[in-house]
Design a protein around this ligand. Structure first.
Ligand code: AMP
Length: 215
């Protein structure tokens, strides 16, 4: 199964992808995570992407599509793929068709996570994650059960994304509206879009997605 999680920054794509990985054994392909790893490692891609990401703009279609192709090649043929944060433009959506087709895969569903835009800034500016295992948390909505200790791996170091600030979020939302939202009708015309209510409780969102995947 190959699915796209589509929604604005802060919709919960990463959280839901992590949950599906744990429950269904699918693989999460997050171009944001891949780019952050490249920035951290100081690779040529990372050097190119760093300033663009800090401004909240989109990295080039060629770079992210190449990353997705490489990641798919590192997976077993029968592992399901969850595309998280990709595609984000019409050109990426088109590239994905070729990338999947040449590997004998095709898209099953595009899960649109529908959220109230007013909630996004609070959701994004409050989030942080475990520096060891990447589990996501939030200042208001989900603190670790024991303060300062990761629920999942016991790690004690946490980090915040540099681009999770109110000003950059505005640019990221504008990019979403201008370049990403317009790709939905392309998938809608193919009858593969399924909408879930991203304002619902996180567990309910996961359940709704699992129901869709179960057919
Ligand atoms: P994310 O973690 O998905 O919020 O992505 C963080 C940042 O990485 C974005 O604001 C973009 O600068 C960049 N990025 C991630 N995925 C893509 C993509 N598919 N196309 C272009 N830029 C991307």
């Amino acid at each position: 199964m190959n699915i796209i999680l589509l929604g604005p920054p802060g919709a919960g794509k990463g959280t839901q992808a992590q949950r599906l990985v744990e429950r269904c054994g699918m693989r999460q392909l997050s171009t944001g995570d891949m780019l952050r790893a490249a920035v951290k490692a100081g690779t040529p891609v990372g050097i190119k992407a760093k300033a663009v990401m800090e401004r909240g703009e989109l990295v080039s279609d060629e770079i992210v599509s190449a990353l997705i192709g490489e990641e798919l090649d590192s997976m077993g043929d029968d592992a399901g793929a969850i595309f998280d944060g990709y595609p984000r433009t019409a050109a990426q959506a088109e590239a994905l068709e070729g990338i999947l087709g040449s590997r004998g895969r095709s898209l099953d569903y595009v899960i649109e996570i529908d959220v109230d835009e007013d909630a996004l800034v609070e959701r994004i500016t409050g989030r942080f994650s475990c520096a060891t295992c990447g589990k996501g948390y939030h200042d208001t909505f989900e603190q670790p059960r024991m303060p300062g200790v990761c629920d999942k791996c016991g790690g004690t170091e946490f980090k915040r994304r540099k681009d999770d600030n109110a000003e950059t979020v505005r640019t990221r939302l504008e990019e979403y509206r201008a370049k990403t939202a317009p790709i939905l009708p392309i998938y809608d015309a193919r009858g593969i879009v399924r909408k879930v209510n991203g304002m619902a409780d996180m567990d309910d969102v996961t359940e709704a997605i699992e129901k869709i995947l179960a057919g």
